[in-house]
Write a protein that binds this ligand. Sequence first.
Ligand code: T5A
Length: 214
Amino acid sequence: MNGSGSGLFVVVEGPEGAGKSTLVRWLAARLRADGRRVMAVRQPGGTPVAEAARKLALQFPHEVAPVAELFLFLAARADLVHHVIRPALEEGQVVVADRFDLSTIAYQVAGGGLPAADVTQAIRLATGGLVPDVTLVLDVPVELGRERQRTARKVQDRIERQDDAFHARVREAYRRAQGPGVVHIDASQSRKAVQEAAWREVTAAAALSTRGTS
Ligand code: T5A
């Protein structure tokens, strides 16, 4: 399905504080306990170039033009796909990614107002058309996500500091997302309930695919 070798490509998406990193860590551990070889990645990040782009996109103390911001995220993704994700899939590993293309549609298109068709083309160029086997979209109300971030004492980056209207558009774009392998999970539930729902979807995707086994 992902068009790259025999691995399984799992993406976790959703707005700020939805519990993506928590779920990625849990899924990676659970899959490893099942004897699978797992590569967990976050975006933007994961290679020296992608980490440098992450700093520019999220921590640079100057205004970044919307299209420049788009290309920073896509530069990070292109490098991660080329150096890490495709090779891991080709080796038959399960790749679990914290964010992927849907983040760009939610934040730069719905949030930032860039044109969807152009961004979709740019994404395709950056990833070579790589598509996840399953995308778990975690949904939480904006205020609950912010509350979780505050409780976790997360220092806000440039995008998290955007206003509530921006984050409401991001959440709405996630809620509207659909397509092959896209699954929505109510992430205002307990960690355990979210993990169980996610595990059902990942095992179903692995069963559908001949991939994802070690
Ligand atoms: N971005 C990214 C774009 O604009 N375009 C793009 O193309 C890409 C790829 C990345 C930023 O970049 C933007 C979007 C983002 O603004 P980041 O620092 O990587 O930023 O941060 P986020 O991905 O937003 O991650 P967060 O840490 O904010 O949120 P998570 O990962 O969703 O949440 P997590 O797992 O850290 O959990 C937050 C807290 O909630 C608790 C956790 O223990 C933690 O304390 N928690 C729960 N509490 C109760 N119930 C549950 N079910 C819980 N699950 C987790």
